[in-house]
Write a protein that binds this ligand. Structure first.
Ligand code: 1CP
Length: 357
C-alpha cells in the first residue's frame, strides 16, 4: 500500500515541512450535509449506515466530494465497541445513543470480554477496505476509537449524561471495578485499532471526549493511564510507513504536557486553549490538531476567515499543525461555510509560508 498522493496530513502529524496547513473536520460527514440525510433515510437508520460497508463508504466520501479536505475519516461511531461487547446499542429518535444492557451489576462487569474485531466488528474492517478503494490513493484515511474512559461513561451511564454520576460514584466507591472496565476497554481498543491499521487506515485518533470531566488526579489514574496502555500496544507502522496516533481529550488543556508524554504523535485541542501557548508547552514534542470553535461555522464568511486566520497566526510558522475544529461540526452548520473555512486555511497558510501571511 503506497502512501496517498496527498500526504500533507501525515507529514504534518510527523512534524515534517508541508506546503500548506492540512485540514479535516471532526464529524465532517453528518447531519449538516443534505446528502448525508438522504443516504441515512435510504439506509433506514444511523446504525445501518455504520453496519453497511457500502453506506459507510458513501457517507465517508460525501464531504470529500464537496471540499478539498486533506483526510477522510472512517464513518462509524465510538459506541460500536461496547455494542460488540454485548451491551446492545440503539438510538431512540431525538434522544441520542443508549444501551439496552448498561453495566449495573458487578457480575456484568466481571463478565466483560474483549471482542475479536475481525468477528464482531468485521463490518468496520470491511468498511475500511472499501473506503480505501474508493479513495483510490487520494488522501489518507483516519481510523478511530473512543478512549477507555469515554466508552466506560456510556457503558455505565447507559447513554449520554450531563453529570456522569454513575461512573463517578463507581470511581470513588469501587475504583477496583472501574479499573477492571477500563482495562478491558483498553485491551478492546488496542485490538480494534490494530485491526483498523491492518485493514488499511493511515492514522488513528482516540476520542477522549469526557476525560475533561474528571478531577485532576482522577484524569491521570482513570483516563491517561489507559491511553498510554493503548499507545504502547499499537502497531506504529505498516510496510515501512509510520501510522501516527492522535489523542484528543476534550477539556484536557490542564494536562497537555502529560498527554504529550503518553506516546502519541499528536495532541488534539479543543477551543479553550490558546494554540500558540499550547505549542510553547508541547509543540517541540508532538504535532497539534485543532482548535477553532465549531460555532464559528455558524457565522458570516468574514468571521470564518478572520477566526481561522487567527488560529493559523496563533500557531505561527513551522511544521506540526493540522487544522481542525475544537470539536465536531454541529448539525446547524451551513454547508457552504465549511467550504469557506477549507479554502481560507489552504490559501492563508500557503501565503504564511511564502512570507505573505
Ligand atoms: O443521527 C445521526 O445521523 C447520528 C449522528 C451521529 C454521527 C454523524 C452519531 C451519533 N455519530 C456520528 C458519527 C461519528 N461519531 C463519527 C464519524 C466520523 C466523522 O465524520 O467525524 C465519529 C468520529 C464519532 C465519534 C463519537 N461518537 C464520539 C467522539 C467524538 C465526539 O463527538 O465527541 C462520541 C462521544 C460519540 C457518541 C455519539 N454518537 C452519536 C452521538 C449524537 C453521540 C454523542 C452523544 C453525546 O453527546 O453523549
Amino acid at each position: 500500500m503506497p502512501r496517498p498522493r496527498n500526504d500533507t496530513f501525515l507529514r504534518a502529524l510527523l512534524r515534517e515541512a508541508t506546503e500548506y496547513t492540512p485540514v479535516w473536520l471532526m464529524r465532517q460527514a453528518g447531519r449538516y450535509l443534505p446528502e448525508y440525510n438522504e443516504t441515512r433515510a435510504r439506509a433506514g437508520s444511523f446504525l445501518e449506515l455504520c453496519r453497511s460497508p457500502a453506506f459507510a463508504t458513501e457517507v465517508t466520501m460525501q464531504p470529500l466530494a464537496r471540499y478539498e479536505l486533506d483526510a477522510a475519516i472512517l464513518f462509524s461511531d465510538i459506541l460500536v465497541v461496547p455494542d460488540a461487547m454485548g451491551l446492545g446499542l440503539y438510538f431512540a429518535e431525538g434522544e441520542g445513543p443508549r444501551f439496552e444492557r448498561p453495566l449495573r451489576e458487578e457480575w456484568e462487569i466481571r463478565d466483560l470480554e474483549v471482542p475479536d474485531p475481525y468477528v464482531s466488528l468485521r463490518y468496520v474492517m470491511d468498511a475500511v477496505a472499501e473506503i480505501r478503494r474508493a479513495l483510490d490513493g487520494s488522501v489518507p484515511l483516519i481510523g478511530f476509537s473512543g478512549s477507555p474512559f469515554t466508552l466506560a461513561c456510556y457503558m455505565i451511564e447507559g447513554g449520554s449524561s450531563e453529570d456522569f454520576r454513575r461512573v463517578k460514584t463507581m470511581l470513588y466507591d469501587r475504583p477496583d471495578l472501574l479499573h477492571h472496565v477500563l482495562d478491558v476497554n483498553a485491551r478492546a481498543v488496542t485490538a480494534y485499532l490494530n485491526a483498523q491499521i491492518e485493514s488499511g487506515v493511515n492514522a488513528v485518533m482516540i476520542f477522549d471526549t469526557w476525560g475533561g470531566a474528571l478531577a485532576c488526579g482522577a484524569y491521570r489514574e482513570f483516563s491517561l493511564r489507559y491511553l498510554s496502555q493503548i499507545l504502547s500496544g499499537l502497531l506504529r507502522s505498516r510496510e515501512g510507513h509510520r501510522i501516527p496516533a492522535i489523542v484528543f481529550t476534550k477539556g484536557g488543556g490542564n494536562w497537555l504536557e502529560e498527554i504529550a508524554g503518553s506516546g502519541c504523535d499528536a495532541v488534539g485541542l479543543d477551543w479553550c486553549v490558546d494554540l500558540g501557548a499550547a505549542r510553547g508547552r508541547i509543540g517541540d514534542r508532538v504535532a497539534l490538531q485543532g482548535n477553532l470553535d465549531p460555532m464559528v461555522l455558524l457565522a458570516s464568511p468574514e468571521a470564518i476567515q478572520r477566526e481561522s486566520r487567527r488560529v493559523l497566526d496563533s500557531f505561527g510558522a513551522g511544521p506540526g499543525h493540522v487544522f481542525n475544529l475544537g470539536h465536531g461540526v454541529i448539525q446547524h452548520t451551513p454547508p457552504e461555510n465549511v467550504g469557506v473555512l477549507v479554502r481560507t486555511v489552504h490559501e492563508y497558510s500557503r501565503a504564511q509560508r511564502s512570507g505573505g501571511g
